[in-house]
Design a protein. Structure first.
Length: 131
């Protein structure tokens, strides 16, 4: 089954960020929970991962379970309804070059140890974030 049976996966916006200092990516699907306070959002799906050796290659799957990739799939909501903690498979693929400042598209697919699945696509501008 799909995790959408157990979790509301509705989102308003998506954000793809690259952290050049850490050589890491973060994809977030967000839902505004208070229209009067833009800081109040649920992170419906959050995927973090290290840049693969040699960088992101168009249409090449990135295995989030690879220790070097350090992939995480999380959910951060006011209601505290988290995803299962263990995954049996998880990958992301970029279908266009991962070019900062450009619109980038791709997809992800995750299977949790309870058999539930989560998958989605994105088409959003890649931003660079430094601390």
């Amino acid at each position: 089954g799909s995790v959408k049976n157990a979790h509301d996966l509705t989102f308003d916006s998506e954000e793809l960020r690259f952290f050049p200092d850490q050589k890491a990516y973060e994809m977030q699907y967000k839902k505004q929970i208070d229209p009067n306070d833009p800081s109040k959002v649920d992170i419906v799906v959050k995927i973090d991962f290290n840049e693969p050796a040699g960088g992101v290659v168009k249409d090449k799957k990135i295995d989030l379970l690879d220790a070097a990739i350090g992939g995480q799939v999380e959910r951060v909501t006011a209601a505290g309804d988290t995803f299962p903690s263990k995954r049996t498979s998880a990958q992301v693929s970029f279908h266009s070059a991962a070019t900062v400042g450009k619109v980038v598209d791709g997809e992800f697919a995750v299977t949790f140890d309870n058999g539930e699945t989560l998958f989605g696509t994105w088409q959003t501008k890649l931003t660079s974030v430094s601390f």
